[in-house]
Design a protein. Sequence first.
Length: 217
Amino acid sequence: MKAPTSQDNLWVAAGDGQIDRVRELLESGVAVDGHDQFGYTAMHAAVSYNQIEMVKLLIEKGANVNIEDFEKDTPLYVAENVEMAQLLLDNGADPKHINEDGITPALTALEEGWEEVAQFLANITKEVLATQEEETDPLAYIEQEDREAAAAAEAAEAQQQQSNEDGEEEEMSEELSNKMQDIMKRIEEQGGVENEEELRELVTKMVLDGMQRELNE
């Protein structure tokens, strides 16, 4: 038995866009949804090679637009442009299909670099896709993590600085209070104000210190 060629292999003929040959093979009894040794079907081949008219013919002949290959990928997984994806969807293709790796057609399109198809399908399924930069550049994720870590460190440093300032203010307030008590004690011991200027400066400083704390709060 001779090996199949492009003239008698349905999958090759479908991928090549050989309309007449595909008609002939189907009319001779070849199964429209048959798999080749790699799990591919004529529909997968036609979609993969963007054979719009061939896909229409296969659908007309009863091809299943949700037929799976051996990895559970449907033809929608190999649609490289929006026109082909739309044709499949119009004929019942499932945009929410999950293959054996747990991946949807939209995510596959993103991984393959078919951004328009990925976004088109994601708009239908409401999937949130990563940016192309994050998908293709392994450093993008690391750089983003570094930026977030730096921001967190900066925030922590600012918080620590504020805490230190608050501590310094409390220490200063306590120091002023101690000085006031010391002066008042000396006044009592001496029976009057010996250094009025010192007392005035201290009171003024305490008032200003209190006002500053209120502003900071």
